[in-house]
Write a protein that binds this ligand. Sequence first.
Ligand code: 13P
Length: 303
Amino acid sequence: MIAQDLQERLHELKREKKAVILAHNYQIEEVQEAADYTGDSLELSRLAAELDAEVVVFCGVHFMAESAAILAPEKTVLLPEPSAGCPLADMVTPSALREFKQKYPQAKVVAYINSSAAVKAESDICVTSANAVKVVESLEAEEIIFVPDCNLAHYVSRQTGKKIIPWPGYCITHHRVFPEDVERARRAHPDALVMVHPECRPEVVEMADVVLGTGGMINFVRHTEARKIIVGTEMGMLYRLRQERPDIEYYLLSPGLICPNMKYTSLPVVVAALEKMEHRITVPEEIRTKAVRALQRMLEASA
Ligand code: 13P
């Protein structure tokens, strides 16, 4: 089918199935264009819960669709490409976390949204990159176990002054950026701002002018007077940022900033997902009831 036929077929299917298409900011252009909403992890999980739809097609990676299924069990949540996972989320398992918690019985457990439902179920509260500082600040605990991203854990401990016990996980895409990449990019574009995601290494975060999650980056460019920005996050953001502020010149901080999992979903894959109503993401009820507490606490603390 050609692109226009696919778009038309998608419209028909959406109407027929009462479906809504959500796409993360890292998705490829054609998917972002076809989506009803694009956003960061926090915005999309809120939307999944609040929108009046029977079916949510989540164009992103597994933990995102799973968060939607936790928050909206009455809706059918589809992940169009079942192999779209998150290596960071896979770096902590519930059994390893249970064992780790025994070493720090007083600590509260904060789970980054990039984690499985079973890990969320073992945690006190969730965070996303958009609210991690605010949520952690709101906790009364002296000690906090933060899973699974050690770079975000480091950033949050610097911002809040809280004692954070990090888990040794990292995003394979953001962790690939080194200080030399920042130096090289600054030499090439000396008058550009450097904006990075807090999943980058602490040395990279230290060198940046602006540190924000993807939703924060979009808000930032809406208001900035900067004319040139070096972008230190997954390359899909360039499309999203250009939509918001086409007058700004954007440069990707490093050519390695590509998340293969975010690129598996395409327009034909989204259409096929709705046609076949697959791949349905569900969470066993005994895990869901615990995981939903951690997500809801986050939504309340960051409201
Ligand atoms: P955001 O919540 O900032 O969109 O980040 C999601 C993510 O997975 C970053 O790698």
